[in-house]
Design a binder for this molecule. Structure first.
Ligand code: ASP
Length: 490
């Protein structure tokens, strides 16, 4: 008997966890340094990396840029007139705004009531500490020696990660990427809101479209803006622009066909991605950050319930039908940790299984993958408040949780989620916006690096769920307005 495709993905994930745990256990028990690990271990890790992150995620990323371009032009030009675009546009944006706001509120309520930062004794910092830096320094030097502390007296990010359960081998791919994350965070701080607006929103919007398409990751905001303009211009020009319209409609179909090919091989690829992630992270990290993870995942769970209610009552799709419709996209988002890489599958699932008109889905899903990140927004608030709960009151973290602080976190978490790119770990980098708004020094952020990949799985799958339900809701509202026009589409 042949397993159904979604079951194959599920089996791939479970096998990935089992293989990953075996590799992690082997690395932990036999070796204290990467060099002591056997050649076979390195070969298996290399093969997992090649088949999962490199080939599968690489192939999905390969088609995102042309897919966004083609799907938006095809979507806009298939609408009867520009009034329809306006109507779909504002409903989509309103949905995104409302659900992101709800997500942040749920996150704030969860972290403020659960207080994960106050619960974990291993994370508690001496309240009477004269200087925070001294405490950190002593803690890390004691554990790892002099090399754990940088010249400025602060612990190096990789040691912060290791202290909280990450592998303690001397070198490792994970540590390298943590160092670069920290650098990205350091670069992102000290920018004024005006600079962020100009550099992160206005410039990308107006970037040369060929550069936007070629950038890595693609400049989704720029592609969306350019394709919207092109679609509108094609409609205004009318029949002379028909060859352009037909080209993009054809390109859209071609990209969807490639997507289907990739979906076919997804079970094996997902198994490899999960195995690699589990082997790199291991379960130990959750020992000291368990409450924090519980707050993020608990908040996300509550938000999913809200989204399901919206889907049922506003979108007319009950949770079972919704799950059947988008389970492939959800599982691919969970494992790839990128809404952008999942976008081709999200569009395919939402249009083919949930029967949302491509006229709505082709426009709202690329926009949603770029801007609408409920899971990320929720996480940003929880993470910053968790850090304040741990470090607040120390001489360099003079932050008290007042109504104003909470409001600042709320606003900046919404903005940070809109600004986050739809790629793995993006939320961690944009978190610096929230941290800076309340004067939380960024050298405390690495505390949560160790568990970020796992939390990213939950937030990305929630981001994709939110986008899909948005398309369902807007389709339902528009179907009523446009009558046969949309109802007739597949
Ligand atoms: N990985 C997330 C996404 O692609 C963004 C984030 O890091 O929160 O949706």
């Amino acid at each position: 008997m042949r397993l159904k495709h979604h079951n194959q993905i599920f089996v791939g994930m479970v096998l990935g966890v089992v293989v990953g745990m075996a590799l992690w256990w082997y690395a932990e028990s036999v070796a204290t340094s990467d060099r002591e690990l056997s050649g076979l271990y390195h070969t298996v890790m290399w093969a997992l990396d090649l088949l999962g992150p490199t080939l599968f995620i690489g192939a999905l990323k390969m088609i995102i840029a042309p897919l966004i371009l083609a799907s938006i032009v095809a979507g806009v030009t298939s609408l009867p007139n520009m009034k329809e675009l306006g109507s779909i546009g504002w409903k989509t944006l309103a949905y995104y705004f409302v659900t992101t706001t709800i997500a942040v509120i749920i996150g704030l309520v969860t972290v403020l009531t659960l207080r994960p930062g106050h619960r974990d004794a291993s994370l508690r910092i001496r309240a009477d500490a004269e200087s925070k830096q001294e405490v950190l320094r002593a803690q890390y030097q004691g554990e790892f020696g002099e090399s754990a502390v940088a010249a400025n007296g602060l612990p190096r990010p990789r040691y912060v990660v290791w202290l909280h359960g990450q592998k303690r081998r001397e070198a490792g791919a994970a540590a390298g990427s943590f160092e670069s994350q920290f650098e990205a965070i350091s670069r992102a701080k000290d920018r004024t809101p005006g600079e962020i607006f100009t550099n992160d929103i206005v410039r990308p919007l107006l970037m040369n479209p060929f550069r936007s398409l070629a950038a890595n990751p693609p400049n989704a905001l720029g592609i969306i803006f350019f394709s919207l303009l092109m679609g509108i211009a094609c409609t205004v020009v009318g029949s002379p622009a028909q060859p352009v319209v037909r080209f993009f409609q054809g390109l859209n179909g071609v990209m969807m066909t490639i997507t289907h090919w990739l979906v076919r091989i997804s079970p094996i690829a997902i198994g490899c991605i999960v195995a690699k992630l589990v082997a790199d992270t291991g379960p130990k990290v959750f020992a000291s950050l368990g409450w924090y993870c519980g707050a993020v995942i608990g908040g996300i769970f509550i938000h999913i319930m809200v989204l399901l209610a919206i889907s049922t009552f506003l979108g007319g799709v009950n949770p079972f039908a919704l799950w059947r419709g988008i389970r492939e996209a959800w599982m691919i988002a969970l494992s790839t940790r990128s809404s952008a890489a999942t976008l081709p599958v999200t569009i395919a699932n939402v249009t083919e299984n949930l029967k949302v008109s491509p006229k709505v889905a082709n426009f709202s899903l690329p926009l949603g993958a770029t801007m609408n990140m409920d899971g990320t927004a929720l996480y940003e608030g929880v993470a910053v408040i968790f850090l304040i709960q741990i470090y607040g009151g120390l001489d360099d973290v003079l932050i008290t949780m007042t109504a104003v602080t909470t409001f600042l976190i709320f606003i900046t978490a919404v903005l940070a989620s809109i600004g986050a790119a739809a790629v793995p770990d993006a939320g961690l980098v944009t978190m610096v916006i929230v941290a800076s708004a309340v004067n939380l020094p960024i050298y405390y952020i690495p505390l949560i690096f160790a568990v970020d990949a796992v939390l990213d799985m939950f937030r990305t799958s929630t981001n994709v769920l939110g986008d899909s339900i948005g398309a369902v809701v807007v389709h339902r509202l528009e179907k009523h307005r446009l009558g046969d026009e949309l109802a007739a589409s597949p």
